[in-house]
Design a protein around this ligand. Structure first.
Ligand code: HEM
Length: 536
């Protein structure tokens, strides 16, 4: 996923003061219709009432001086950092009022506004009205209070990354027949990959079994020709297998692949000398501490950079320090980190398959399609990199669960702009599925103009090879019939009697687009467990 450029705010905004655009460097043209932070310097005792900074509501102003490092710009940076601000790992989770009431502490604060629940814990210190004011609304439906104070504040945009899910209007009544099991959390057994191996005279194959649709990831590091560190990411846990091989093997592996449906990982290594081995060697396996794994960074070198269209480019990266090969779980991304003003900032990008970019085959590279935002510091920095430049990458991150799609045979994909990249990564695994084969996979791809559409021919090619897949391009700045995501566009896809009625939707775009899509789907009675939003 690349840097967001938000669409105009959604229609539930009542009144606002003039909109200001967040300054350059704040995260790819994120438009925040709030007053700029430099104005937030009046009395912190909650009593100041200056007409010079008068509120649009006529309320006396109670703005607080924000602590250093808690400006609007820092908030935008945090939102774009990939941090899990909602605490739900990108999932939309419906919230009951009882549940909402439990999150009423300063370090665990949820708030409902117009039927949507936000986790405002991380926003606390960024709130221009101060922590105490924001605390007045936590653990409950704060719509009235919010509107009384500042109905104009564009909370869907500011809190886009903090969205937990819709507020459930009524609590389900406990059934008389079934026993109460609400306090019992049934945890599935932890999935530990199982290792196996086979060989031919010239090849050694390492095999790791996970589970059908477990969607694992893989990271291989060759320490020397006989030592290999293999890490398997499955269900958010990293499992390490440190191999001491019987003899030397070549690098890179001849094949490294993950069966999306089977969950089977195969790594085929060519032996330096063709001969049967008595055994593969030995290995030690253990579960890694996921937190420390998340801290890890990989030094990479730019191996390819080429303009792709008028405002986007291709970038290929290869790890340098060690010999490393990374295969991401379907729908996962990495964070690319760049230095800026003595700081390091990062953006999330989902690699694309080699077939989508114009590079020579190199299995060790991660390939990206990146949209360049004129005021986006990361994309501009990346755009200016030369082949051979160094850059840092995070390990794979994400929360997409391929297994959630297995029950669905008619799936809708909603992508906007560069949000197409995670969507691209799930198209083939869905089409290739053999169990409960897919009936229709419809992509609605939203862009401003036809020049902005990425991979038009490639997507048409997929359609020509498999008619179950279709792609419809919708343009917001088309001269004849401009189209944005709307109830009108989505309604026909959810009509009850229609045989190809969609039962699952994956969404990726700027946060304004994602929020609008989820709102419309909720109106169409699509349940939260039928929706997945990719967030960077
Ligand atoms: C519901 C509980 C809330 C209360 C009681 C509250 C209270 C306040 C107060 C007293 C101010 C200073 C008002 C003034 O400028 O005159 C303020 C400003 C502000 N609050 Fe809140 N707030 C709440 C929730 C939120 C939320 C959830 C957000 C996040 C989107 C938010 C964002 C802001 C912003 C951006 C400003 C500056 C507004 C401006 O400059 O016009 N507030 N708030």
């Amino acid at each position: 996923m690349s840097e967001p450029s938000l669409k105009p705010p959604t229609s539930d905004q009542l009144m606002r003061p003039p909109q200001l655009v967040a300054p350059a460097g704040s995260g790819g043209g994120l438009q925040l219709p709030v007053t700029a932070p430099q104005k937030l310097n009046s009395s912190s005792n909650g009593t100041s009432s200056s007409s010079a900074s008068g509120s649009a509501t006529g309320n006396p102003r109670n703005k607080c001086a924000l602590k250093p490092g808690y400006s609007l710009m820092s908030w935008v940076r945090l939102c774009n950092s990939g941090a899990d601000l909602s605490g739900t790992r990108g999932r939309v989770v419906p919230v009951s009022r009882t549940e909402l009431a439990l999150h009423n502490k300063v370090d665990d604060a949820w708030m409902a506004i117009r039927g949507r629940v936000f986790n405002v814990t991380r926003y606390m210190d960024f709130h221009p009205g101060g922590v105490d004011e924001l605390m007045r609304g936590v653990g409950r439906d704060a719509t009235k209070l919010f509107d009384e104070v500042h109905a104009w504040v564009n909370y869907p945009q500011l809190l886009g990354k903090c969205y937990v899910g819709p507020l459930k209007e009524s609590e389900p009544k406990p059934s008389k027949e079934s026993p109460q099991i609400t306090n019992v959390i049934l945890k599935p057994p932890e999935l530990v990959p199982r290792f196996d191996w086979i060989q031919q005279r010239s090849e050694l194959t390492l095999i790791f079994y996970t589970r059908s649709s477990a969607n694992p990831g893989l990271l291989i590091r060759r320490k020397d020709p006989q030592q290999l560190g293999v890490r398997v990411l499955v269900q958010h846990n990293w499992h390490s297998f440190d191999f001491q091989l019987t003899d030397k093997v070549q690098w890179p592996p001849k094949v490294a692949k993950i069966g999306a449906e089977t969950g089977k990982i195969e790594v085929i290594l060519e032996k330096e000398e063709a001969a049967p081995w008595p055994t593969y060697g030995s290995h030690v396996s253990y579960k890694l501490d996921s937190a420390s794994m998340q801290e890890e960074t990989f030094d990479c070198e730019v191996t390819h950079r080429k303009d792709f269209n008028h405002d986007s480019f291709e970038l290929s990266l290869q790890c340098v320090a060690n010999e490393v090969l990374m295969l991401l779980p379907v729908g996962y991304h990495v964070d690319i980190k760049v230095p800026l003003d003595g700081d390091v900032i990062q953006r999330s990008y989902t690699p694309v398959d080699q077939s989508y970019v114009h590079i020579d085959k190199n299995s060790e590279c991660l390939n990206f399609l990146i949209k360049r935002y004129s005021n986006g510091p990361v994309s501009s920095h990346l755009h200016d990199l030369k082949v051979g430049s160094r850059i840092q990458l995070s390990p794979p991150r994400g929360s997409f669960q391929l297994s959630e799609l297995t029950a669905h045979r008619n799936i809708l994909l909603l992508a906007a702009g560069s949000g197409i990249t995670p969507i691209l990564s799930i198209i083939q695994p869905i089409l290739k599925r053999n169990t409960n084969r897919i009936e229709s996979l419809q992509l609605l791809y939203f862009n401003k103009t036809s020049e902005d559409i990425w991979l038009k021919e490639k997507l048409e090619e997929i359609h020509s090879m498999d008619e179950r897949f279709s792609c419809t391009n919708l343009l917001s700045q088309a001269e004849d019939n401009p189209q944005r995501i709307s109830l009108e566009i989505l309604t026909p896809l959810f009509q009850k009697k229609q045989p190809e009625r969609c039962t699952y939707v994956a969404i990726c775009g700027p946060s304004g687009f994602n929020t609008a899509a989820v709102d419309i789907l909720t109106q169409l009675d699509v349940k939260p467990n039928q929706i997945y939003v990719f967030r960077g």
